[in-house]
Design a protein around this ligand. Structure first.
Ligand code: SF4
Length: 373
């Protein structure tokens, strides 16, 4: 039976210290250990709160690790399509953090990659993983808990995608994403997971709608940690298919009755988050976005939310995005192609062909076309 420990509040340093003491998680660290911390740095833009891991959480963790005398600490990640971890380090404050504590920063997309044989069934026989992560002896996964358009939620399991080369991250969206995530979890398991649940997002992985959640979680098994997070975000863990596949592959349990959930304090408000309707049911228009990368779909959803607020969406509109969007035979609808991958829809009325298009570009191009119509 696994244990997931959680704490509520906003006192970041105290929360991280209490979690590590209560779990004994870092008690065996040795000064000669090589530690890699992997946050979630999906975007490299100014509006990153609720999308990227808060550097204050990583700083609190670094302080605890430094108290053990550990000298070699690396922060590493690779960003989402259209973004750069190198820029995210700068914009979010990780560069400053690294200078103050003598840390190494690694943009994992620029790392060397090592092929790993996948021991469980799914779309891949091998996966490539950044050498920096494979060579460390303590790997700490520090994801943010938030919604995800294709996977419903993203936390410690999906955060692992950042250790792979860009082509492979994109390839995950062309196959069964949920099984592919389980396969990745079968080749790389963290020694510790610290979930940043201070401010997440309930509508998409890359949107601009941070929601105060005021919590942090700690555990060692990603299936169990993510199952608790799924429950907190309003989903049955088995409804999150990558959690279910990982559990079925024997990587951990998603049965909440089998997980000891230990809260170190009580929340200041008794609030349960309610998941929004699936993006295909959230707007009056039709959306075909199979195979879209996180940033493409997240940006489209954010733009659609703004278009919907302005009353510009209707059931006569169809949006296509991603690497394999389903087709439509309705010739009467206004057709919008979002992102370079979907440009094969030559009869589209509007094409926004960047990779990925920003939410602002999508909004402006679509709004002006609808107003002209
Ligand atoms: S256009 Fe969108 S779906 Fe295609 S590769 Fe770029 S980000 Fe991914």
């Amino acid at each position: 039976m696994g244990t997931v420990t959680l704490i509520y509040g906003n006192e970041i340093q105290t929360m991280v210290q209490r979690l590590t003491v209560a779990t004994g998680a870092l008690a065996s660290l040795h000064p000669d250990d090589t530690v890699v911390i992997k946050p979630n740095l999906l975007v490299s833009r100014r509006e990153w709160v609720g999308v990227n891991t808060d550097p204050r959480v990583v700083e609190a963790l670094v302080k605890v690790i430094k108290e053990k005398g550990v000298r070699r600490i690396t922060i590493g990640d690779g960003s989402g399509m259209g973004y750069s971890a190198t820029k995210a380090f700068q914009i979010c404050g990780y560069t400053d953090l690294a200078q103050r504590y003598g840390l190494r920063l690694v943009d994992l997309e620029r790392d060397r990659f090592v092929k790993q044989r996948v021991p469980i069934d799914g779309p891949f026989k091998t996966l490539e993983v950044a050498q920096t992560v494979l060579e460390c002896n303590v790997f700490i996964n520090v994801p943010l808990m938030k919604a995800h358009s294709a996977a419903l939620i993203t936390c410690s399991l999906k955060n692992l995608k950042g250790v792979m080369p860009r082509e492979m991250k994109t390839a995950f969206h062309r196959v069964d994403l949920h099984r592919a995530i389980a396969q990745l979890a079968s080749v790389l398991s963290p020694d510790l997971i610290l979930v940043d649940g201070l401010q997440g997002n309930l509508s998409s992985e890359s949107g601009h709608n941070p929601v105060a959640m005021e919590t942090m979680l700690m555990g060692t098994n990603p299936v169990e940690v993510d199952s608790v997070v799924a429950d907190m975000l309003g989903y049955a863990p088995r409804a999150i298919r990558h959690i279910a596949h990982s559990a079925d592959a024997g990587l951990g349990t998603c049965d909440l009755g089998q997980i000891t959930i230990r809260a170190l304090n009580r929340p200041s408000r008794d609030e349960r988050f309610v998941p929004p309707p699936h993006y295909t049911k959230r707007f009056p228009c039709s959306i075909s976005a199979e195979g879209a990368c996180c940033t493409c779909l997240g940006n489209l959803i954010f733009a659609l939310e703004r278009l919907h607020e302005k009353g510009l969406l209707s059931k006569e509109q169809h949006f296509f995005a991603g690497q394999k969007p389903s087709t439509s035979s309705n010739s009467k609808e206004m057709r919008f192609v979002i992102g370079q991958c979907a440009v094969k829809y030559e009869n589209a009325d509007v094409i926004v062909d960047n990779c990925p298009p920003t939410a602002n570009t999508i909004y402006r191009r679509v709004a002006s076309a609808i107003r002209r119509d």
